[in-house]
Design a protein around this ligand. Structure first.
Ligand code: CP
Ligand code: NVA
Length: 306
């Protein structure tokens, strides 16, 4: 049994295997109706519970369809409707759910809560986004880039904006796969020191600058995310501080001519990215969204293969 809590926790070989498996499963069911199980479903009879403390469209639907295509079933639980929301402890909730279901995916406010849940669970636990990281998203993003460019190790990625949970998982992935990652974040919005130190100590090619133009110069990929993440309280200040980091056509023009644009969605056109970029020919955002499904399937299989 394995938990999938952070890209930093898994080996580079396992991350590559997850990406390869996701691509293979995607190809193997091409043309089938989405609700049809895979030709040779890998997880028949497995039940996945999903706990949401925060909103979700992609994570919720992609995990639900993923476990169905693998031959299993799911329960979607709103944390506020559970006894968890009235103060039942995380250890007790983890032990009880472990008696009912075969795996649990959690989207939580506090990363530590997911780590604690995994500690007490006796079934695989998957991080479906926390304030700290979003590892499932990065599997989909890497899958999208692998399909588009081939080898990931030679790519130069530029993250522009808030050094948030998604940026953190990109840092972890850069340490595993060797691609270059330039982070263009204003003062006060850099990723956590310990994640930057992790990159340095792993020999990852991660650079941090406050200059968005320097970050994207010659990049193969520009990545943006919302300026106001779920749980952020200071929306007005963030929108002001981060406005110069908006991915405009001008900024996109500083990357390579065939550079790709990624965004995990939901997007805010006119804030972190302009409509012409996210809806333009260089944008891969809907392939990226679809790849959440294929990525989740490979993550689930990896968890059960442990
Ligand atoms: N990208 C992502 O995680 O989307 P949701 O918040 O809709 O799940
Ligand atoms: N950084 C965003 C990602 C949403 C999928 C958030 O945490 O709200």
């Amino acid at each position: 049994m394995r938990h999938f809590l952070d890209i930093a926790d898994i080996t580079a070989a396992d991350l590559k295997a997850i990406l390869a498996d996701a691509a293979a499963m995607r190809a193997a069911r091409a043309g089938l109706p989405k609700g049809t199980p895979d030709p040779d479903p890998a997880l028949p009879g497995r039940a996945l519970a999903m706990i949401f403390e925060k909103s979700s469209t992609r994570t919720r639907v992609s995990f639900d369809m993923a476990i169905r295509q693998l031959g299993g079933s799911s329960l979607v639980l709103n944390a506020a409707d559970m006894q968890l929301g009235r103060g039942e402890s995380i250890p007790d909730t983890a032990k009880v759910l472990s008696r009912f279901v075969d795996a649990v995916m959690i989207r939580a406010n506090a990363h530590e809560d997911v780590v604690e849940f995994a500690h007490y669970a006796s079934v695989p636990v998957i991080n479906g986004l926390t304030d700290r990281s979003h590892p499932c998203q990065i599997v989909a993003d890497l899958l999208t880039l692998q399909e588009h460019f081939g080898d990931l190790g030679d790519l130069k990625l530029a993250w522009v904006g808030d050094g948030n949970n998604v940026a953190t998982s990109f840092i972890h992935a850069a340490a595993k796969l060797g691609f270059e990652l330039n982070l263009g974040c204003p003062d006060g919005y850099a990723p956590r020191e310990d994640d930057l130190a992790y990159a340095t100590n792993s020999g990852a090619r991660v650079e941090l600058t406050t200059d968005p133009r320097a970050a994207v110069d010659g990049a193969d990929v520009i990545i943006a995310d919302t300026f106001v993440s779920m749980g952020d309280k200071d929306a007005e200040k963030r929108l002001g501080d981060l406005a110069p980091y908006s991915v405009t056509e001008d900024l996109m023009g500083l990357a390579k001519p065939k550079a790709a644009f990624l965004h995990c969605l939901p997007a805010h056109r006119g804030e972190e990215v302009c409509a012409a970029v996210i809806d333009g020919p260089q944008s891969l955002v809907f392939d990226e969204a679809e790849n959440r499904l294929h990525g989740q399937k490979a993550i689930l299989k990896w968890c059960f293969a442990g």
